[in-house]
Design a protein. Sequence first.
Length: 463
Amino acid sequence: MASISKRKKALSVNPLKSSQSTGAALAFLGFQKAIPMLHGSQGCTAFGKIFFVRHFREPIPLQTSAMEQVSTIMGADENIIEGLKTICEKSAPELIGVPTTGLSETQGCDVPMAIHQFREKYPQYAQIPVVPVSTPDYSGCMETGFAAATQALIETLVPDRPVFDGNTAVREGTPQVNVIVGSFLTPGDIESLKDIIELFGLRAIVIPDLSDSLDGHLTEQDFSPLTIGGMAVSELPYLAESIASIVIGASMYKAADVLHARTSVPDYRFDHLMGLEATDAFIKTLADISGQPVPRKLERQRAQLQDAMLDTHFMLGMAKVAVALDPDLLNGFSQLLASMGAELVAAVAPTNAAILKQVKAVEVKLGDLEELEIRAGNEHAQILISNSHALESSKRLGLPLLRAGFPQYDQLGGYQRSWIAYQGSRQTLFELANMLLENPRGEVHPYESILSQKLTTSTELCL
């Protein structure tokens, strides 16, 4: 069990975390025809939007309540009311999310009350769901904001009982499973997850489904003020009809508790899906849920991962790795590295979480990228794993950087990469091993005598 070392500095140097409001906005972007409206200043929203655009390389629908000096002091309820009215009038969304920011939380705005006033003032928009969520920037991180928004969505839009009349039973067709995913899963991860579930004859309802909205695809529309793709909001009342719920990521367990209380659907929980052991447990669960044997395709992928583990253990065994990521992803990488005999010499997380105690490291530091750089240098790390903000640290240390998490803005395609299951784990091992091959770690090089150099020089002079 890893010990948790809390921060002692009065400030962050080269911050690691992304804000809670950014994570909440990302969760809302996983729903069809949705738009998040951050309750805060224009700068709060613009800052987050820049990172979204640079990471996903896509236009991102994001609005703001545009708090300024007067509304910050006198009250910003009217900003919410008129902001919601403008979005409903111009865009006709199917979902509006209202995450708060540090500014509105400090000002003390009562967002649910403002939404109630909006309903009374503009009853013509009663059919458009509005989901408030408290996500101040000064606490938590992207992971906690994403989880809080997902929980708020379930609490607001999933009824205690399925919404269908007495003449309508469970919808016919392929058996469905609910899949609650954490913020550490990329659109590529979620797409792989859906493909695996479909191999067992099941239909996955992913909450939220970024693989359909932020996977990077061209559409016939030139522009849309709302999300294109994602989970349909109309699916939420029917989650109780699923035969099981699958939860990926410890940060999503509170949301899973709410869903279970609303639907009574049995759930199966996984901290992560990286490496052989975690993936085996996931595949066995799917076989049990569906009553189907494991497809030969997955058996072959498992054999391929086993072969990759044999091929890469020469490089990864006893390798020293430094990782700075949000808790769920940090835990997943630590488990994968430990399974290969690598040593996690520096583990840094932006905020505390219960799952950090399971990280395969002596100590987890709650801090920033300066902490990562110092510890990686002192412990002679050979590889860094973090987001693109760690690039300068990797240059100063002269170490390769495996980019993971959010944001990734100095390379293309990070959002579409898959890290999970057999294929994703296999590719991750290959990439880590290749980085070590390119950066030798003290191997004994062939000896070249100084006499042979002199002989070569003499021969050249004679010629």
